[in-house]
Structure formats: C-alpha cells, structure tokens
Design a binder for this molecule. Structure first.
Ligand code: PLP
Length: 412
C-alpha cells in the first residue's frame, strides 16, 4: 500500500489557510532521502549529488538539499540564475543545444559545463575561453537493456556524443590545456531496479580505463546522472539506495581501483528519486458525473500535473476523507477542455464525494515544474510540511493578474 505522509486532520487544518489545489512537500522525507544517498556513496570521497533543478525548481526545496550537502544540475540560464541566487557553489550545467550567452553565464558563476555535443567544443572556444574543468556527455548508441523489463534506446536519443567523438573531444581538450576532465551518461529513465546504476557504472568505469590506456587521460570524475526511478505503482518495490551504492562500489573496486583509478569522484544528478515520493498534489472533489462511465471531477487539472496526460503515467490516488468508502471504478478528471485531462482512468477507488480531499502521490518531482496555464488554469501554490509539523507556504498560487502581466501595456 501507498500511505500519504499527511493525516486527514493535519491536511484539513492546512486547507483552512490555503485553498486546494496545491503541491505539498515533506521536509522530513526529503532530508532523510538526501542523507541516505550521501551515506550510500560515502565510500567515494569526492561523491556529490547535483540535484536536477528541473524536477523541482522551488527555492525552499533547493535550500533544504543544499543544507544536506547537495549541489545542483541546471539545463538553462534561468535555472543557473536561481541556483546562483541561492548561493550554490557546486553547479553542473548539463544543457543541450545551448545558446552562447548561457555558456558565458555558466562560466561566469563557476558552473561545470557538461558538453552535450562534440561540435560544441569549437563553439565553446568561440564564445568563452575554455574553462579548466569540463565534462563530456557520452551516448553509447544501441539499446540499453536491464534484464527483460527495463530498456531504453540511446540510439534514438538526441543527447550525448559517440565514443569516437568522446575520444576525439577528450584528446583535443587535454591538448588545449583543460586540466580536469569528466564524463557523463544518462541511459535509462525512471528505472525501478537496484541494477541500473551498477550496470551503467560498469560501462562508464570500463570506458574510463580504456581512456586511460588509449589516450593517457586520467579522468577526474564520472557522472552517473539521473534515472533512478520511484515505485509509482503500489505493487512496485522502491529502489534501495544503500544496495545501489554498494553495487556501484563493487564495480568501482573491481574496475577503477584495480586499474589505479581510485581517485575518480562520482557524481549523480538525481531528480525524481530525490523528490517524487516527498510531494503530494492535494485536490478536492468538485463534482460527480455519470454517462457511459463514472467521473470524479477534481479542482486540480493537467496544468498542475502533466505526467498522466502526457505520458499516460500512473499516479496513485488516496481518498483521505473517505478511505473506507465502497469501491467504485471511476475516471478522475480535471476541468481542461482536453479529454486527456485525467489523473486516473478506470481506477478502483473508495467512493469520492464532493469536498473529499484526494492525495495524488509521487508528485514531488516533474510535477509542479511541468505545469502550464492552458485554458487560463493557473499554477497552484506549493506548501512545505516542515519537520516541526507546521505547514509553510513556499510559493503562492498564481492569480489572474500574473496571467495578464505579459500582455498589459500592449495595444489590443
Ligand atoms: C532530467 C535530468 C536529470 C534528472 O533525471 P531524473 O530522472 O529526474 O533523475 C539528470 N540529469 C540530466 C542531464 C537530466 O536531463
């Protein structure tokens, strides 16, 4: 079973102060997750998690992660600006198809640039002096398979460079005096298995040994990036980061340490794994409707959580107000004029009555951040359930004037 991190009583109190819908985050869970990750990799002295800002670009959340010794991974100038303003020192810039001014800004704030394309080396030299430290993003092509269940197709991915380009790039950068070099690779998304990182690490560690032997270049860091997933479905088993850390250590010892490369620091750029389970989208039932199916209409919509509409993703739903209600099969829908605006289809749920509070689970990453304003439905508030049990508003809900702000002053 999936249990909400909030009780009905506490949630009703919060709803006295803040109208639904809103995203709610669990500070305690976030801190525990960050500590578990850092502990799992504490055997690697240079280890650093660069939290993927795009998953949850919310300053109060980023600040918690900073206090837990995490850095940030950014993909755009705006994400870099937010990270700079929050005082982050450890910043990775894993962008792609990047405009010149974003490289210039990244360099000016001391971010480590992770180059997505071999062709960008020349471009980078044109727009900035090469920094002392650079990372190159590797795409091995082909199909990446883990057992039978999990598979991804790096050959179809726009990210990264081929092995030949990686070799050429590293040699050229070394020749041009870049003293600290690293590699990065992201081969599969939302993996619910403890084997993904160890398998990826094995490939990258062997590559690091080959790079040492073939090019005489000793890498300083290897970035395992994101991709560790979460158990969105109640029947799935959550990944165990302690087991994952030990799995990576095993291949680190066998491959890197064996070849005299045990100075290499490991980095991660986890987003989903760090935050998804520690966020709920809280929404209230507005109406019921029955035609060829039964519908439960709620006050959130796909603008607050796009994943079900965009990817058909499963998000578990708990009716906190009526957990013992008789089970019925319903579609849970928002109010957009789009038929894909459904949080659940044909879902068995305890009867949902108008004004019942529903918890939509695992929305702490790629939830609020993928929001938009279609139909003039606005972005919701974000609220932090602090460790002391108090709720704190960390982002206000948008109001109509926010929506109109970019068109005020223009001639209609
Ligand atoms: C999206 C992204 C991540 C985070 O991925 P998760 O699946 O949320 O862990 C990390 N690194 C890069 C470069 C990304 O684009």
């Amino acid at each position: 079973m999936k249990e909400p991190f909030i009780s009905l009583e506490t949630l009703e109190d919060i709803c006295q102060d803040y109208p639904t819908p809103f995203h709610l985050y669990d500070e305690k869970g976030i801190r525990e997750k960050a500590r578990a990750l850092n502990k799992a990799f504490s055997w690697n002295p240079g280890f650093k998690e660069y939290f993927a800002v795009k998953a949850t670009p919310t300053p109060a959340i980023l600040k918690i992660l900073q206090e837990e010794n995490c850095g940030v991974d950014c993909a755009t100038e705006v994400e870099l600006m937010m990270s700079k303003e929050l005082g982050f020192k450890d910043i990775m810039f894993s962008s792609n198809n990047t405009p010149a001014h974003e490289y210039q800004y990244a360099k000016s704030i001391g971010a480590t640039i992770n180059l997505d394309a071999y062709e960008q080396i020349t471009f980078l030299e044109e727009v900035i002096d090469l920094p002392d430290r650079l990372s190159l993003r590797y795409n091995p092509g082909g199909v990446f398979a883990l057992g039978t269940e999990i598979m991804d197709h790096p050959q179809d991915s726009k990210f990264g460079m081929t092995k030949a380009q990686l070799y050429r790039g590293l040699s050229e950068l070394k020749e041009k005096g870049v003293s600290s070099l690293g590699i990065h690779s992201f081969l599969a998304s939302n993996t619910v298995t403890n084997d993904y990182y160890p398998e990826l690490a094995k490939e990258l560690f062997q590559l690091a040994v080959d790079i040492k032997n073939d090019l005489g270049i000793s890498l300083d860091f290897i970035n395992l990036s994101g991709g560790i997933g979460v158990n969105y479905r109640p029947e799935e088993v959550a990944n165990d980061i302690a087991i994952i850390g030990q799995g990576v250590k095993k291949v680190y010892d066998a491959i890197l340490a064996e070849n005299g490369l045990d100075h290499i620091a490991l980095y991660t750029e986890l987003g989903r794994f760090m935050l998804a389970p520690h966020g709920h989208l809280i929404t209230k039932v507005l109406h019921r409707k029955e035609t060829y199916k039964k519908y439960v209409g709620v006050d959130a919509s796909a603008v607050n959580l796009l994943r079900p509409a965009m990817y058909g993703s499963y998000h578990h739903i708990t009716n906190l107000s009526n957990p013992e209600g008789s089970i019925e099969v319903v579609d849970v829908v928002g109010s957009l004029c789009e038929n894909n605006d459904k949080f659940a289809k044909d879902r068995s749920l305890p009867q949902a009555r108008p004004n019942d509070l529903l918890v939509i689970h695992d929305t702490g990453a790629h939830g609020f951040s993928m929001g938009y304003q279609y139909n003039g439905r606005l972005r919701s508030a974000e609220i932090l359930l602090q460790e002391n049990g108090q709720a704190r508003l960390i982002r206000r809900a948008e109001v109509a004037e926010d929506y109109f702000a970019t068109i005020r002053g223009y001639d209609f």
